[in-house]
Write a protein that binds this ligand. Structure first.
Ligand code: ADP
Length: 467
């Protein structure tokens, strides 16, 4: 079996091998005794930076990590990746900030990473690069002489060409990516956007639905919707720690209150303000629900150094305060908004207790919370998933979830009412449709689907989760 070299901005070194990318890549690397290259998470000042890598082993997986200087962290990570690419790829050109120096820094960091990796590659290795931080890296490796099989997976959306083209250096980014043999997207619609872009901007030829040729290279371009370790989530949801978390919230629910749950990183792409407004609308429309629902939003702050994220925090504080002030009562607070994170064991228990999950991002590559919620349900008495049409997960979960437009506040309020009133047979039918996808196309399925295309002559691995 060929060795796999995984490359991603952050790795799972030293931490829990939990969450989509970490689980998937970790399992693949354990199977193939692989190497995982990435940023150590450390930011050091320029004089002290280790320009090389720190090497160590965890359970047979070799890690090669490098620090970022303060300037690199600011320009490459916070700057270009998260203030230019993240907003545009989430359809928010209005929030994007394009800065030539930040782009130069992003290019420089990608080249530096490529050099550090290239010196460790053997010609038979398979290279798998992850996400928008590293668009140019495949070409940077080729420029150094790398000829081996190379794949890339984009974890976030790829917008229509008209939006992507607002990035001043869009051509350089996609040319870098097109040095790959396989490029994977979360959804068919992301894949189609990318193909359309390559045809119109790079003069690519389409050879069938899942292959293009560009610059004399044939590239497999496919959707591989990322999954979760669904069995593990189901198990967690039934365990003591999850039950205890549920029992901590139960006094606020009593016999007659239904838990409506939202769980998201605090990010403007998640549409949390719209959700708060929808809860306000529901309470406006349905006085009978006053005191009968408890909406809990768990939203740990992220990227707090980026201005737009600070503004979002202020907006949520104001909205939650206003709605609670308008509708709350001596014995009832409609919105419980917790700006912190919880261990996945506890989240699993909360998912299982919830009657309704509100997963309504304005745009999201996949959205793993939707899948975690589905996996955690009691099949005999499942809750209802309300899912944005703009979450990547909607392509797979459209038959089980109530699909909503997150910009349509009234429609979201109606969907909540429908979910709260849904009879058991309908809930079960919908759960079965969700479970088919979430358990059938889980994280092991995703990993093997990608690896089969990256290594077409390799022996197919057994599709088992290593947990
Ligand atoms: P994103 O990758 O944009 O953050 P996803 O929904 O795809 O969104 O993945 C988020 C992951 O982070 C999920 O595995 C989820 O369980 C976890 N997560 C989200 N919010 C919290 C929280 N408040 N506490 C702990 N974990 C969280």
């Amino acid at each position: 079996m060929k060795r796999l070299v995984g490359i991603s901005n952050r790795t799972a070194a030293g931490g829990p091998k939990a969450g989509g990318l970490a689980v998937a890549l970790w399992d693949a690397l354990v199977q193939r005794k692989g190497l995982w290259f990435g940023w150590s998470g450390e930011v050091v000042d320029k004089d002290r930076v280790r320009r090389g890598v720190e090497l160590f082993d965890e359970e047979g997986v070799e890690f090669a990590l490098t620090d970022l200087t303060e300037a690199e962290h600011e320009g490459y990570y916070l700057g270009y990746a998260n203030r230019s690419l993240w907003p545009v790829l989430h359809y928010r050109v209005d929030l994007a900030n394009f800065d030539e120096d930040e782009y130069a820094c992003y290019r420089e960091v990608n080249r530096r990473f490529a050099k550090l990796i290239y010196s460790r590659l053997d010609e038979d290795d398979l290279v798998w690069v992850h996400d928008y931080h590293l668009f140019p890296l495949p070409q940077d490796l080729r420029d150094l002489g790398w000829r081996g099989r190379t794949g890339f997976f984009l974890h976030i959306p790829f917008p229509p060409p008209e939006i992507f083209k607002s990035i001043p250096d869009h051509r350089a980014l996609t040319q870098g990516l097109c040095a790959c043999d396989v490029i994977g997207f979360q959804t068919v619609s992301d894949r189609d956007n990318f193909v359309k872009y390559c045809v119109s901007e790079l003069g690519a030829k389409q050879n069938g639905a899942e292959e293009i040729s560009v610059n004399n290279r044939s590239i497999t371009i496919k959707a591989y919707p990322i999954g979760i370790d669904a069995e593990e989530f189901k198990r967690l949801a039934e365990e003591e720690e999850g039950r205890q978390a549920a029992s901590r919230i139960e006094p606020f629910l009593g016999e007659r209150r239904a838990l409506i749950l939202g769980v998201d990183r605090m990010d403007y792409s998640k549409g949390i303000p719209n959700r708060f407004q929808a809860v306000g609308k529901l309470l406006d429309n349905e006085p009978g629900l006053h005191g009968r629902i408890a909406y809990t939003q768990i939203a740990p702050p992220s990227r707090t150094k980026v201005e737009e994220y600070k503004e979002l925090r202020g907006e949520l504080d104001t909205l939650a305060g206003r709605i609670n002030g308008d509708y709350g009562d001596l014995d009832w607070i409609p919105i419980r908004y917790l700006a912190r994170s919880y261990p996945r064991e506890q989240l699993a228990g909360l998912y299982r207790l919830a009657r309704v999950a509100l997963v309504t991002p304005l745009h999201d590559g996949m959205n793993l919370v939707a899948k975690e919620f589905a996996a955690a349900q009691d099949p005999e008495d499942p809750g209802v998933l309300i899912l944005s049409q703009f979450a990547g997960a909607a392509e797979q979960l459209k038959h089980g979830a109530l699909i909503v437009n997150p910009h349509d506040i009234s429609a979201m309020a109606d969907a909540m009412r429908e979910a709260l009133n849904m009879a058991l047979p309908e809930r079960k039918k919908r759960y079965e449709a969700l479970a088919r996808m979430v358990f059938g196309q889980d994280i092991a399925w995703w990993r093997e689907a990608f690896m089969a295309d990256l290594d077409p002559n390799g022996e197919p691995a057994e599709v088992v989760s290593l947990h």
